[in-house]
Design a protein around this ligand. Structure first.
Ligand code: AMP
Ligand code: ZN
Length: 481
């Protein structure tokens, strides 16, 4: 498999350090609010990466942190702890907020078929790990104390900007624009490893340390949690592109200085989901959640399908129109699968050929949009339905679109409907639409009452909405024209 590595800026053949095990670390959510669907784009793509690695035969150990302390409102260590801000907003304690939004995060992940990582570790669980790393960094001369805090000294490094794409001046913006410049820092990019002096005396979570009562810096969490569960090396470390600087840059600085050797081989960054007026962000206060999509009648898996249709290294623009197109395509795909008949012999050679095509797409830097088009190749294949269903089941181990389950539900609905009410309204594309169904039922009643003018008027009304209906035995079939 070839996987793009942000650290080398190249697609490289993926080879894990240990032949039988891939160590994978993914930055987890800051649990001060719901995850927005942009955050979830990142988690969907990481989920596909993990599942694909397993599909091709690797054992994967995947670790994810839950940031429940230390992530300040500016990534450049300025402002107050986001958790504290969330707690104040909702008049709750920080731990209540953390529990509520951690549960909400995993509930959203479940709706999107995102598997829970093997290890999920809240940052507040690993204070001893951070203290150990910070002590060694101080001993080795990579860190200094100033104004009560402990800082990493970026001037001690030969190369700090590992992801290279940034100009130093751009990088300084985060610091310049911040709430209040930290005059304790020796260099503008130095970052906090341990806070004791906080401008916010009501910081809720604090622990004893050799440097005073305080709390860890955000970047320290991911180094500490990764080393606790994966040891001294990592094969793949993932996150959204905004994590590349300063978060991942600082993780590398402190981890490699502490370990004295290279730490992580592949850095995989997912580009953002944007709206037409810019990046979707939690701090803007207004954002789209999975629950909101559901309230509007969208199936969360149609959003997953929408994400899979584009490459993770391209930014993705969210509009309702784009989502509606994905919904229509997803429903059509399910309807076509529902029309396949179960039973019969599977042609293993055909499945193998389709598998090879899928792997060719995914081996090329996880090209999920090409991977999705292989689903249509399956439907078009010169093979019986049993073979097609077998191939779809296999590819869905990675794509997790519930293709067969959804198709079975459509089949069941189609079979059960006439028996229930004596009159079935069958959506040929699998689309659920209460408004259309209600109109079709009103037309049926008008016909029963011999009010043909009314029945024709309703048919016309549906036609004007782009809905085509066909009278069949026991009901009506409808689809979008
Ligand atoms: P946070 O909860 O803010 O720490 O972010 C969780 C994850 O979502 C991180 O990996 C971020 O890089 C990622 N992320 C943040 N905003 C977006 C976005 N608009 N699109 C995709 N990923 C994002
Ligand atoms: Zn992280």
């Amino acid at each position: 498999m070839y996987l793009y590595n942000s650290a080398t800026r190249k697609k490289q053949e993926f080879v894990p350090n240990h032949p039988d095990m891939v160590k994978m670390y993914t930055c987890g959510p800051t649990v001060y609010h719901f995850a927005h669907i942009g955050n979830l784009r990142t988690y969907i793509m990481e989920d596909v990466l993990e599942k694909y690695l397993r599909y091709v035969g690797y054992n994967v150990k995947r670790v994810m942190n839950i940031t429940d302390v230390g992530h300040l409102t500016s990534d450049a260590d300025e402002g107050e702890d986001k958790m504290l801000k969330g707690a104040r907003r909702e008049h709750k304690t920080v731990m209540e907020i953390a529990k509520y939004y951690t549960d909400a995060f995993f509930a959203d992940c479940a709706k999107l078929n995102i598997k829970t990582p093997d290890v999920v570790e809240p940052a507040t669980n690993c204070i001893d790990e951070y203290i150990k790393i910070i002590s060694v960094l101080l001993d080795k001369g990579y860190a200094y104390q100033a104004g009560g805090n402990v800082y990493f000294d970026t001037a001690k490094l030969e190369r700090y900007y590992v992801f290279g794409e940034h100009k130093e001046e751009d990088l300084a913006v985060g610091v310049r624009d911040s709430v209040e410049e930290d005059t304790n820092k020796r260099n503008k990019n130095d970052f906090v490893l341990w806070f004791t002096k906080s401008k916010f005396e009501d910081q809720a979570l604090k622990w004893d340390s050799p440097w005073g009562v305080g709390y860890p810096g955000w970047h320290m969490e991911c180094s500490g949690i990764s080393m606790k569960h994966l040891g001294e090396d990592v094969d793949i470390h993932c996150g959204g592109i905004d994590n590349a600087f300063p978060h991942h840059t600082n993780e590398i600085a402190q981890s490699e200085s502490y370990l004295g050797h290279k730490w992580c081989n592949w850095w995989v960054h997912v580009l953002h989901l944007n709206t037409n007026d810019g990046k979707m962000s939690k701090s803007k206060g207004e954002f789209l959640t999975v629950s909101l999509l559901q309230e509007k009648g969208y199936d969360p898996l149609a959003y997953r399908f929408f994400c899979l249709q584009s490459h993770y290294r391209k930014s993705l623009v969210f509009t309702w129109e784009n989502l509606d197109n994905a919904v229509a395509a997803y429903n059509k795909l399910i309807a076509r699968i529902a029309a396949l008949k179960e039973g019969g012999d599977v042609d293993a050679a055909v499945v193998e050929a389709l598998r090879a095509k899928f792997m060719q797409a995914m081996d090329n830097d996880l090209n999920t949009s090409m991977g999705v088009t292989v689903l249509y190749d399956v439907l078009k294949a010169d093979a019986n339905d049993a073979t097609k269903l077998a191939a779809l089941a296999e590819l869905d181990q990675v794509l997790s679109l519930d293709l067969l389950e959804k198709a079975a539900a459509v089949r069941k609905k189609q079979a059960a409907a006439p028996a229930e009410g004596g009159f079935a309204v069958i959506s040929q594309d699998g689309e659920e639409n209460g408004e259309v169904e209600a109109l079709i039922l009103r037309r049926a009643e008008a016909k029963k009452a011999k009010d043909f003018a009314q029945a024709d008027a309703i048919r016309q009304q549906l036609k004007d909405q782009g809905i085509e209906i066909t009278d069949v035995a026991g009901g009506v079939k409808w689809k979008r024209a």
